[in-house]
Design a protein around this ligand. Structure first.
Ligand SMILES: Nc1ncnc2c1ncn2[C@@H]1O[C@H](COP(=O)(O)OP(=O)(O)OP(=O)(O)O)[C@@H](O)[C@H]1O
Length: 290
């Protein structure tokens, strides 16, 4: 269990706002922080990692006090043992993949763990390569593998997949999900990608201007309560074309492209790249084993 009750002033272009979090996160949760740019998501991850200090409050992880302003306790990042993965892979460029993993080992007697993790992450074939020769997806897989070397109590993922192309992103989402199931590490992800949120997390904090405005499952947070559609999927607008009096909207859903007709009112506020909810009321899907 992670108990967070902190306040930290954020210096934004529009003035000072308080990042205020008073929440508990269950062990094994996969939580996503979702919200506009500048709302405080990365700062919250950095506070948990011990890289930023709140003005006041408390952070308790599995009954261990990581931070308590009243008792002047502030555990160093090394003592917190969290795994942090960023968008840029932060691998040591002069070391091979294997050396990058070995370097992260705290207990050098656990050297066989390197091979275990290389195998789990399916990167044994890359073990002697230097990062500069790896693709973005491969580098991020190595960065994740390196993070797992220290048996972290918590995995902090700051938009780790946002620099990757769609195919690689979907593949690494599957891997993240598998890692989470296998190691049951409490994970906190920052993501702007709603389909990623649905795929990976069981809980979402929707943050705005430093405050958590919504807390629930992805369905609770994102499904528009006014729509009573029987069938709902999240998609992304790829194109909007006019056809007579209607519009044809191409929507990407789970790597499939679907064409949907829409009226002017529906497309008024839509632009390419927008996330949307595709729903249908009188639609009875047919299930077929393949
Ligand atoms: N150490 C700090 N102290 C005070 N304010 C900070 C600090 N670090 C960042 N800020 C400010 O706090 C605001 C929130 O930054 P943060 O990076 O947490 O936002 P974010 O929600 O992660 O945004 P994005 O989605 O763009 O990454 C920004 O306006 C930033 O300038």
């Amino acid at each position: 269990m992670i108990e967070i009750d902190i306040i930290k002033p954020l210096y934004t272009a529009d003035g000072i706002i308080d990042l205020k979090v008073n929440k508990q996160i269950n062990k094994g949760d996969f939580l996503t922080l979702f919200g506009k740019s500048g709302s405080g998501k990365t700062t919250l991850l950095r506070i948990l990692a011990g890289l930023e200090t709140p003005k006041s409050g408390k952070i308790v992880v599995d009954k261990e006090i990581w931070f308590d302003s009243s008792k002047k306790i502030n555990l160093s990042p090394q003592k917190r043992n969290v795994g942090f993965v960023f968008q840029d892979y932060a691998l040591f460029p002069n070391m091979s993949v294997r050396k990058n993993l070995e370097f992260a080992l705290k207990n050098k007697n656990e050297i066989k763990k390197v091979d275990e993790i290389l195998e789990i992450m399916e990167i044994e074939n890359l073990s002697n390569m230097k990062p500069e020769f790896l693709s973005g997806g491969q580098k991020q897989r190595v960065a994740l593998a390196r993070t797992l070397m220290t048996n972290p109590k918590m995995l902090l993922l700051d938009e780790p997949l946002s620099a990757l192309d769609t195919t690689m992103r979907l593949k690494l989402q599957d891997e993240l999900s598998l890692i989470h199931q296998k190691f049951n590490i409490t994970s906190i992800l920052v993501s702007h990608d709603i389909s990623e949120v649905f795929k990976l997390s069981n809980r979402v904090f929707k943050i705005n201007l430093g405050e958590i405005q919504q807390d629930g499952t992805p369905n609770e947070v994102f499904s528009n309560q006014n729509i009573s559609g029987k069938f709902k999927i999240i998609g992304e607008v790829l194109s909007i074309k006019k056809s007579d009096i209607l519009y044809i909207v191409e929507v990407l859903t789970n790597n499939e492209i679907v064409k949907v007709t829409a009226v002017e009112d529906e497309i008024k506020e839509l632009k390419i790249g927008d996330k949307l909810l595709l729903s249908s009321k009188a639609f009875n899907p047919i299930l077929m084993k393949i």
